[in-house]
Unconditional design. Structure first.
Ligand SMILES: [Zn+2]
Ligand SMILES: [Zn+2]
Length: 173
């Protein structure tokens, strides 16, 4: 197991190549711009910065963490703007919420162009592990069909202790 690995592991491969990244960035910006347009809003410089921050993130980020990153490049940015922009990004499906933690804050991740995955969340250290389980997805689909339910999206989150935190508590499973 790699010790120092990005938490957001399923980032599109083409994001690593600068020219591909630019294309990807503008296609996502366009999608956001369209959504903003429908709401009578504009893609302001700050909204763009917030989107870029989430696109570049190697971790699932909370509002406070994003604020710390963003205020270095834009001291005028406020938490409320970040919060509202995330809501707008969620509305158009570009960003998803992950977990709700003891402090009440959720974390966020870029959802667009990333394969569907679910999360294991460590309640001790806050680490988030992404996983994919085709078998679990199949069971879910089956249950949904049986109930004649139309699923729009789902969120599967497992809360517990990561391997490192379990090891620290010797003896307790
Ligand atoms: Zn942990
Ligand atoms: Zn994730």
């Amino acid at each position: 197991m790699a010790a120092k690995q990005a938490e957001v592991t399923l980032f599109p491969r083409y994001a690593q190549k600068p020219e591909k990244y630019q294309q990807w960035l503008s296609s996502i910006q366009e999608r956001f711009q369209e959504h903003l347009g429908r709401r009578g809003l504009k893609l302001t410089h700050q909204r763009e910065e917030i989107l870029r921050c989430l696109m570049a993130a190697e971790k699932h980020l909370g509002v406070e963490e994003m604020y710390t990153i963003l205020k270095k490049q834009d001291p005028l940015i406020g938490r409320a703007t970040i919060f509202r922009t995330i809501k707008l990004l969620q509305e158009c499906g570009l960003v998803a919420e992950v977990g709700v933690f003891q402090n009440g804050g959720a974390k966020f991740e870029l959802k667009a162009d990333r394969p569907h995955h679910d999360h294991m969340i460590c309640v001790e250290c806050g680490r988030i592990i992404e996983f994919q389980s085709p078998m679990m997805e199949r069971f879910q689909d089956e249950a949904i069909k049986r109930h004649g339910f139309l699923a729009l999206w789902h969120r599967h989150e497992i809360f517990g202790r990561c391997a490192a935190c379990s090891k620290k508590r010797t003896g307790t499973p």
